[in-house]
Design a protein around this ligand. Sequence first.
Ligand SMILES: *Cc1c(COP(=O)(O)O)cnc(C)c1O
Length: 435
Amino acid sequence: MSLNNNLLSRSLHTVWHPCTQMKQHETYPLIPIKKGDGVWLYDAEGKRYLDAVSSWWVNLFGHNNPRIKDAIKLQLDTLEHVMLAGFTHEPVVELSEKLAKLTGLGHAFYASDGASATEIALKMSFHYWRNTGKSVKTKFISLQNSYHGETLGALGVTDVAIFKDTYAPLLTQSAQMLSPDFRLAATGEGAETFALRCAEALEAYVSEHSHELAAFIVEPLVQCAAGMGMYHPIYLKRAREVCTKFEVHLIADEIAVGFGRTGMMFASEHANIKPDFICLSKGITGGYLPLSTVLTTDEVYQAFYDDSTLKGFLHSHSYTGNPLACSAALATLAIFESDSIIEKNREKSAFIQHQMQVLTDLPIQYLRHQGMIHAFDVLTQNTKFSRDCYAAALGQGLLLRPIGNTVYFMPPYTICDDEIAHMVNTTINVVRMTR
Ligand SMILES: *Cc1c(COP(=O)(O)O)cnc(C)c1O
């Protein structure tokens, strides 16, 4: 106990925790995690918590996964890192080939985090237009309530007030398009009709501004940070058509929704579209190591291929294509293949939906799901609902992290029936207690 408290006070003294008003830790204690196994996290006293948010949406196949762990260990014995400028190595080549096959986009540029992938996609898009004689195309558009990361460039296309407003004076302005999140539809308007109405608004804007627009960046199918805002895939189909028609790039930010979360390997597949750029991170290494990538087309790649150095994409990052991270990503892809994860998740998703039906006894709305993402919005007067619900769930051995009034599950795919029952039943209890 005293050792534990010691660690907490040392952490508060020296570690500046993310996405946190540190003063709130006077009332909400930090949880010191000692080990992870499967869907469970164990604290210093051996109390366990079911990780229903996959440790911020990164974990796919559970903590302490033997296959990913072994792949990293094996790689560790041969090469931990070499710079990727002027050098190459087996894991990065193999991973790029595999991702090219999965996405249809054959050129992979690597970084270590999602926000950097966004930065790279924005820079590449702008630079493509510049290299092809259209340097007036300097502007970006995104969706209302979008989230693309929190570095200055990524915040410029993000539209979440609590993260963005403070830094507004520092940011490059971008325009936000009507979000097709079906919770925003008019009363009686279906999700598809609403998505089509949003696509029309997009077309109206793009047709007027295309001369100055470089790209439209979008989170395909689920706007996760907006509170799991889900929308009809017809929007993506129409967005692809609009972007093609008016010569504007379409950037698919699949950082959160990629790698099976929405029920397909990539969310863009639901609309059967090929974006000009796809940003991947989070689940790419199964949650083991930081890695992100931007994949793009031959056409974009060719526009940089030139005798002139300055026409090249000179963006650099020290850990680009890190072999350990790439080996974790390769192990992750191997699990998808050998264990038919996408197919198996269909049954798991249906089971979670079925279990969640009992939630309809509570005052909730928009009970929804897309693949392995399940969510609902709680009707409550409690202005501290998300924090109270989070704290109450921890007390009962469940890591939930509601976004505003939205409670969601995005668990590792290895979650079993008993664990699903624990997740859902505990959620019912804590929502009742805290709403
Ligand atoms: C998490 C996220 C990012 C940012 O990724 P980081 O690794 O946290 O920088 C970008 N876009 C989306 C859609 C995300 O969910």
